[in-house]
Design a protein around this ligand. Sequence first.
Ligand SMILES: Nc1ncnc2c1ncn2[C@@H]1O[C@H](COP(=O)(O)OP(=O)(O)OP(=O)(O)O)[C@@H](O)[C@H]1O
Ligand SMILES: [Mg+2]
Length: 154
Amino acid sequence: MMTSTEYRSDSPAATEAFAAQWAHSLQPDTVILLQGDLGAGKTTFIRGLAHGLGITEPIRSPTFTLIHEYTIQQPPHLKGLPFFHLDLYRIEAPNQLHTLGVEEILERGGIVAIEWAERLELYGMEIPATQVYEVTLEAIDESMRRIHITHLGG
Ligand SMILES: Nc1ncnc2c1ncn2[C@@H]1O[C@H](COP(=O)(O)OP(=O)(O)OP(=O)(O)O)[C@@H](O)[C@H]1O
Ligand SMILES: [Mg+2]
């Protein structure tokens, strides 16, 4: 069943708070595909997710390292699972995805948040996760963002 939710955020803090709250409803083995232009708020949304998952390390965009891994601390049904933050902006060829071990990451049963997820589809990679969400962020003006979440499967 495909369901969708829309939220309007008027500040980075509101985007983070919304994502933190939403994180509590997630199940193990989930992939979140983030889409939106440069500066739309993908990393900000992921910072909120991480906060909701009880991760206290600072969340910096893995633009150069491409992948960051954290350990989920809460809620109880997710505690101990890995939380991955991927940024595929710099991916230029499908073999780079293999080198990064994206398939293995998707098999770890945790929560995987992917910026520039369009790159995955571009290279025809299958997404084996049980739950797949597409989160699209759109800048309305300097501080207003439209956040659209579609549950694609699971
Ligand atoms: N309502 C809002 N929600 C999120 N970010 C906002 C909002 N209003 C303003 N901003 C600003 O927009 C920018 C969002 O930056 P962020 O790094 O999250 O975007 P991004 O989509 O990850 O960009 P990139 O494609 O470069 O990775 C920040 O400077 C943030 O302060
Ligand atoms: Mg980013």
